[in-house]
Design a protein around this ligand. Structure first.
Ligand code: ADE
Length: 311
């Protein structure tokens, strides 16, 4: 095989609603790669009719990909088409499916992931200073309590939308929320086909963290995933945000200890300086009984009321 066959073996259906000419997409630096593929920063000429060029992110398969990985990337793209557009999710912009490797073009989020952003707030004091006044109006500091609650509120909005579209994320965590301009949070990777326990989720991430720590008990023990198990993960994400990118259950290094901890009814502690109302929401998300947890719509309402009280 000369390597070219690796894509020409696959013939994908042309979808004129989304197809973007390959020669108008110029790949740039790598933004990272996971178990599932690789992502590049790129410039797309004329992908949004109002702009001559747009910075975008492009998802591709890694060299030597398997049939299953191709099926999974196609399925992720199809899920994104069906779900539609929302401000708080990473939206599909187009795709290149003909005469070359599959390239899925999505919105680029220049601020990187929410966890790393919050950790930078701890280390770099300038992140805590108010941003310069723009148009004469002072802007809030990037990691003030209002900002933290705004991040969490936006994630709840995005998840409310995904849940309304019958999309279960299965891996909601601050590392999977990206920051666009002006503090806009966007949920990433919601279209991934996942078999979490089969894909090394008992093992550590590159940051040394155990992804099982975001999973609801029924997902962990019985592989039952739903928007209600996403709500549990959302509670862990709120905890991460309120602790500036802290590592949940940091004293529990092994999955087995986490199982015992949760089965004993124990929960993450309130982060320092976290308002009681917000910790109350986290605890509600971690109700053992999935049906007793709040819905994303309820969380959106509560967080909106909290935000209004702060302004
Ligand atoms: N890394 C992975 N996906 C990304 C995106 N859409 N924008 C910025 N960085 C990313």
């Amino acid at each position: 095989s000369d390597g070219q066959e690796s894509f020409s073996e696959y013939e994908l259906q042309l979808d004129t609603r989304w197809e973007f000419p390959r020669d108008r997409l110029v790949l740039g630096q790598s933004l990272g790669h996971g178990a599932f593929g690789q992502v590049f920063k790129a410039t797309a000429y004329g992908i949004r009719s109002s702009e001559t060029s747009s910075v975008v992110a492009v998802k591709m398969l890694k060299p030597g990909f398997t049939d299953q990985e191709m099926i999974d990337l196609v399925s992720e793209m199809e899920v994104m088409k069906v779900i539609g557009t929302h401000m708080n999710i990473i939206n599909l912009l187009g795709c290149c499916t003909q005469n070359g490797p599959l390239q899925v073009i999505v919105e680029y989020a220049p601020g990187g992931n929410l966890r790393d952003h919050l950790r930078r707030c701890r280390l770099e004091p300038e992140y805590l200073e108010p941003l310069e006044a723009r148009d004469g109006a002072p802007r809030g500091s990037r990691c003030s309590l209002e900002n933290l609650v705004s991040y969490v509120f936006q994630v709840a909005r995005g998840m409310e939308y995904l849940a309304s579209r019958k999309c279960v994320h299965r891996d909601l965590a601050a590392r999977n929320v990206l920051l666009a301009n002006d503090g806009i949070c966007k949920i990433a990777d919601f279209g991934l086909a996942r078999d979490l326990l089969d894909s090394g989720y008992y093992h550590k991430t590159t940051n040394g963290r155990l992804p099982v720590k975001w999973m609801a008990p029924e997902a962990l023990f019985d592989q039952i995933y739903s928007s209600m198990s996403d709500v549990w993960s959302f509670g862990v994400l709120v905890w991460e945000v309120m602790s500036f990118g802290g590592t949940p259950y940091s004293c529990l290094a092994h999955a087995e200890n986490l199982f015992d901890f949760l089965k004993a009814g124990k929960r993450l502690e309130k982060p320092v300086e976290c308002p009681d109302e917000i910790y109350g929401l986290m605890l509600a998300c971690w109700n053992e009984s999935s049906h007793a947890r709040p819905s994303f719509s309820h969380l959106v309402e509560r967080l909106y009321a909290l935000l209004l009280d702060m302004c």
